[in-house]
Design a protein around this ligand. Structure first.
Ligand SMILES: *[C@@H]1O[C@H](CO)[C@@H](O)[C@H](O)[C@H]1NC(C)=O
Ligand SMILES: *[C@@H]1O[C@H](CO)[C@@H](O)[C@H](O)[C@H]1NC(C)=O
Ligand SMILES: *[C@@H]1O[C@H](CO)[C@@H](O)[C@H](O)[C@H]1NC(C)=O
Length: 361
């Protein structure tokens, strides 16, 4: 045999030795009362105009400014959800969703209607955008919310249950009672509060509260509200967009870098850290961030594996969830919550303070 043939044989034997074994990942977990439940909430945060215009964001042009294409997100979510009925996704910004909806065939629209009615795809917040809560007049907040909700009601015959103002800089009591409780939301979640307030709330487990925003309406217009422990991002090392560098969960023992034990350990420890600052045995992880899920399979493939192996390990229980499922789970515990009145204003961010200090002092 010549060198070429020998080499070829080695490659062939090498390929045959990498056993490929089909694994059916068990993603069917539901809430387990006696354990820490990690609610994995798959989401994207799509600013309706920020570094690019709303049109550029939708079609994915001018990607040198920011690599962001919202129609890719919505296009890729549909097959990813159809591939496993346990997977879930939330979508927020109606300015993008309605644009995409108008571009779809009747067949796709019917599939999406089924995903919404089965609860796999949940439309939350439901306004055209995630409005700022400090500068706009409340009439405009009502109008832009109404416009989005009307469409959702007409097309899907559902009403969004959850307020999801994860990126506005600080939060107003008006948002809590008028654009939250009075809209009919069951809960309201957000990412940005003053960094000192957040630190204190982590210490005394008061990130989640009952928020009574109106003095005159009192408890008749209160709402369950939660600030996230960090931002609206996943825990460290759990980012799975195509170019993200979080370590993948490599579960084929015949390949290099098998790491199931290590990655499960990291997952469990992040869950316990968050449980330590949270009332009840339910914690929510926001699995996504700005303009993510442009290729949704990369996220779901990893989350499928985590759910499978973390639950096999058994120290905590991981599940595909939504903020509605999380809210119902919190409610079912009968926990009593700290009371919050007035605003989450003024807002200061520690990162920004540091940058100001470095560049302007
Ligand atoms: C966006 O892309 C278009 C087409 O390539 C180009 O003409 C325009 O200058 C770009 N805009 C910005 C702000 O870079
Ligand atoms: C849990 O919280 C307590 C008090 O807030 C803190 O002292 C402790 O280090 C935390 N433990 C873990 C594992 O995060
Ligand atoms: C919560 O309270 C309801 C009504 O009193 C009761 O049926 C239920 O068992 C309680 N749940 C827990 C987890 O204590």
């Amino acid at each position: 045999m010549g060198a070429v043939q020998t080499c070829f044989l080695f490659v062939l034997v090498g390929l045959l030795c990498v056993e490929s074994k089909y694994i059916k990942y068990d993603t069917s977990s539901v809430i387990v009362p006696g354990k820490i439940n990690v609610h994995l909430v798959a989401h994207t945060h799509d600013d309706v105009g920020w570094l690019k215009t709303v049109d550029q964001y939708y079609v994915g042009s001018n990607n040198s400014i920011q690599g962001a294409c919202v129609q890719n997100v919505l296009d890729s979510i549909v097959p990813a959800l159809l591939a496993d009925k346990n997977r879930k996704f939330i979508y927020v910004e109606q300015a993008f969703f309605q644009r995409w909806w108008r571009d779809q065939s009747e067949e796709v629209q019917n599939v999406v209607k089924q995903l919404v009615s089965s609860g796999q795809l949940e439309l939350i917040n439901g306004g055209m955008c995630m409005h700022d809560e400090a500068a706009p007049h409340y009439i405009d907040m009502i109008d832009q919310t109404t416009l989005g909700h009307q469409f959702i009601k007409e097309e899907f015959n559902v009403t969004p249950r959850i307020g999801w103002q994860i990126d506005p800089f600080g939060h107003s009591a008006v948002q809590a009672y008028l654009l939250g409780a009075e809209v009919g939301f069951d809960s309201f979640f957000f990412g940005r509060i003053d960094y000192q307030d957040r630190a204190k709330r982590k210490g005394d487990k008061s990130l989640e509260v009952v928020w009574r925003g109106s003095k005159s309406l009192g408890s008749s217009a209160q709402i369950f509200a939660g600030a996230f422990p960090q931002n609206y991002e996943p825990p460290i090392n759990l980012y799975y967009e195509v170019n993200d560098d979080s370590p993948i969960l490599q579960d084929n023992p015949s390949l290099f870098d098998y790491n199931v034990g290590e990655r499960v350990k990291e997952f469990v420890s992040a869950a316990m850290d968050q449980a330590n600052i949270t009332r009840t045995n339910h914690v929510m992880w926001t699995m996504g961030t700005d303009f993510k899920y442009q290729y949704a399979h990369t996220w779901y493939k990893q989350m499928d594996k985590f759910i499978h192996y973390v639950n096999q390990d058994g120290r905590v229980n991981a599940l595909y969830s939504t903020p509605s499922i999380y809210t119902d789970a919190k409610y079912a515990t009968n926990e009593s919550w700290p009371l919050k009145t007035d605003d989450f204003f003024p807002y200061a961010d520690i990162v920004k303070c540091l940058l100001d200090w470095i560049f302007y002092e």
